[in-house]
Design a protein around this ligand. Sequence first.
Ligand code: ATP
Ligand code: MG
Length: 377
Amino acid sequence: MDKEKERVILTGDRPTGRLHIGHFVGSLRNRVALQNEGKYKDMFVFIADAQALTDNMDNPEKVRQNVIEVALDYLSVGLDPDKVTMYIQSQIPELTELTFYYMDLVTVARLQRNPTVKTEMAMRGYRDSDGEEGDDNKKGMPVGFFTYPISQAADITAFMATTVPTGDDQKPMIEQTVEIVRRFNSIYGDTLVEPEILLPSNAASQRLPGTDGKAKMSKSLGNCIYLSETAEEVHKKVMSMYTDPLHLKVTDPGHLEGNTVFTYLDAFCTDDHIARYLPEYACLDEVKAHYTRGGLGDMKVKRLLENVLQETLEPIRNRRAGFEKDIPAVYEMLRQGSLKARETAADTLSRVKKAMKIDYFDDVDLIAEQARRYGSR
Ligand code: ATP
Ligand code: MG
């Protein structure tokens, strides 16, 4: 109990598009639950615009436009500025300074091995990080993109975060941060806090696939159902979703593996939903058993999913409409949050600089000692 009250919870999202249902089940839902439980010392949620620029340097307008979209999505899922500090990453210059110092604690080889960096490099069409191998038609990778796991370590440690609620794509990032923390503390003395990842409890939510059945729903892949989507768009997207290509006739046995409609049901559907929308079954497992046995059509399953998603998204959509009526207030909330976050980050930075012995002007003993050495006043 007490330990829970010592928790500092932190996560961020890149302003490269509106947030989607993958963000919701992977991270936002956990954040709102943690906020409402209230068992924490501090909670931070930030818009990672500086990180988004590492692979969108040529498109600053995209990042700028999406800051407000992400903020509206935060408010619409129920994050409350009275309980959570929401801020914009680039407005905290202390993070850049921390990143610079942490860069000395990580090798190039270690970054090259980072699985998330590898996947994302491929997704963005970047050439291998040694710049030589691979297809010459591919783009070169910006140094800032290559080193973003280090800046992520700064994002986390600047707030002494203990708990990071994210999807499982972020596992290697948290591991990288833990390594940096350990290395820093072993060289400079106990200063930084080791974070832990907080994953959603069910596997479907840890990495929700895209509507095209691809491994991950992602803004960059254009395979998303956005939280702010209209009811009509949700309907269209669900109806055109990938199911089981072998399930041609209703009577054919269906397969659950790789069947995105069932993966989404795993992430969203509760027994209450089943009672409301398909009362002839007691739970989702019964629906699955019928599908695999044969005799249950894809349309019926899709209609169940659509009902569940519409029920989940409708209140989010309505809350968003309310916040959209006062956009200046949303920017003001972010400004206040950024000011508050900056105080915490500045405090950590000064502790880091002291540990690294680069706090010359604050160290009266140092000045006195040098003065004595030189026999001056
Ligand atoms: P981009 O394509 O720009 O990287 P993204 O859709 O991957 O965007 P991020 O901003 O990188 O989104 O991710 C923000 C948070 O949402 C992270 O904590 C990540 O783990 C989580 N998340 C993103 N996509 C999914 C998903 N499909 N399933 C579960 N969690 C996800
Ligand atoms: Mg991502």
